[in-house]
Design a protein around this ligand. Structure first.
Ligand SMILES: [Zn+2]
Length: 134
């Protein structure tokens, strides 16, 4: 079996179903992703770990057709914002690269997808959002 490693530690749980690792503010109650020591909304240091699951609703999307600096995966790929049920808007990769096959409000599943193979032959994976089958 090919080993899978997350593109970044502490960002998500590669499980079925996957989870995004973020935090929640104990002062204002708002969730955030990725995890931060201070609340991005009220700056409170009283934050705690929280985890978020899909599906969510597609809030905005585009297609990336040229590889960003340092990016080793395939292009084009979809990129967008998905609003999770907890009210959190998450920026991330979309498994659908063709904008004509996406629409705002579409239900999107949280998934983990391979990005590229590293020097040690391991599959580097990241979280992404996939249009839910209709
Ligand atoms: Zn806060």
């Amino acid at each position: 079996m090919v080993a899978r490693v997350p593109v970044r530690q502490g960002l998500f749980v590669d499980a079925d179903p996957p989870l995004l690792l973020g935090g929640r503010c104990r002062s204002c109650g708002r969730p955030h992703f990725a995890r931060q020591e201070n609340c991005p909304y009220c700056s409170s240091a009283h934050t705690e770990d929280d985890a978020f699951s899909g599906p969510g609703r597609l809030w905005a999307h585009t297609a990336v057709t040229a590889a960003p600096p340092g990016y080793q995966g395939e292009v084009p790929y979809g990129f967008g914002v998905v609003e999770l049920p907890v009210g959190l808007r998450v920026v991330g990769r979309l498994t659908e690269a063709d904008p004509s096959r996406l629409s705002i409000g579409r239900l999107m599943d949280l998934v983990v997808v391979p990005l590229h193979v590293d020097d040690e032959g391991r599959h580097v994976v990241t979280y992404a959002f996939a249009p839910e089958a209709i």
